[in-house]
Ligand binder design. Structure first.
Ligand SMILES: O=P(O)(O)OC[C@@H](O)[C@H]1O[C@@H](OP(=O)(O)O)[C@@H](O)[C@@H](O)[C@@H]1O
Ligand SMILES: [Mg+2]
Ligand SMILES: [Zn+2]
Length: 177
């Protein structure tokens, strides 16, 4: 299976240090929806692993989060693609859950869902926690410079991290364009 796993905020949609708190604030990054559609049309399964501590913090509820993900799916479908499994961690940083990145729990959930091994699977993120989660389970860490990516780059990256300008460039690489 051609499996690709994406972080959400800062990779698929604009991120904000004030969190993405409602549907109006959830705005796709240029080329991101089309990138997912292009990949899925080429036989890739595109899944999402996203930290959403804003739920635990009381900034938005699960229904709002689900509405954002319904919108994401709808936009990809309009472009002729299909988005795969979306896994979220709605816990706060102090709850000690197994799913919050940099822990790899969400990546392992996705792998189990599809019955796939994680070794070498590209995990595309904008934050150091994304890259750490990837390394922990032998995924290929991939940084995009959108969202917090430039800040993450400035802090230094795990060995072997691939770097792209944005998700569209990741798709071009995987589609050998
Ligand atoms: O990039 P993904 O994982 O899709 O989602 C990140 C968001 O959940 C939020 O994660 C927060 O980190 P804390 O959860 O407060 O440490 C902050 O970085 C926010 O700016 C950001 O919007
Ligand atoms: Mg992110
Ligand atoms: Zn969690």
């Amino acid at each position: 299976m051609k499996l690709l796993i994406l972080d959400r905020d800062g990779v698929i949609n604009y991120d904000s240090d004030a969190y993405i708190k409602n549907l109006d604030e959830w705005i796709p990054l240029p080329g991101a929806i089309e990138a997912i559609a292009r990949l899925s049309q080429a036989g890739w399964t595109v899944a999402v692993a996203t930290n959403q501590s804003g739920v635990a913090r009381g900034y938005y509820d699960l229904a709002t989060l689900d509405a954002m993900h319904a919108r994401l799916r709808e936009l990809v479908a309009v472009q002729g693609g299909e988005l795969g499994l979306i896994v979220h961690c709605i816990h706060g940083p102090d709850e000690g859950c197994a799913c919050r990145k940099p822990k790899p729990g969400m990546l392992e959930q996705i792998a189990a869902y599809y019955g796939e091994a994680l070794k070498g699977v590209w995990f595309v993120g904008d934050s150091s926690g994304d890259l750490t989660a990837a390394k922990t389970v032998d995924c290929q860490p991939v940084l995009v410079k959108t969202g917090k990516g430039e800040r993450t780059l400035a802090k230094g990256l795990p060995a072997g991290t691939l770097i792209f300008d944005d998700l569209a460039a990741v798709a071009d690489q995987l589609l050998h364009l």
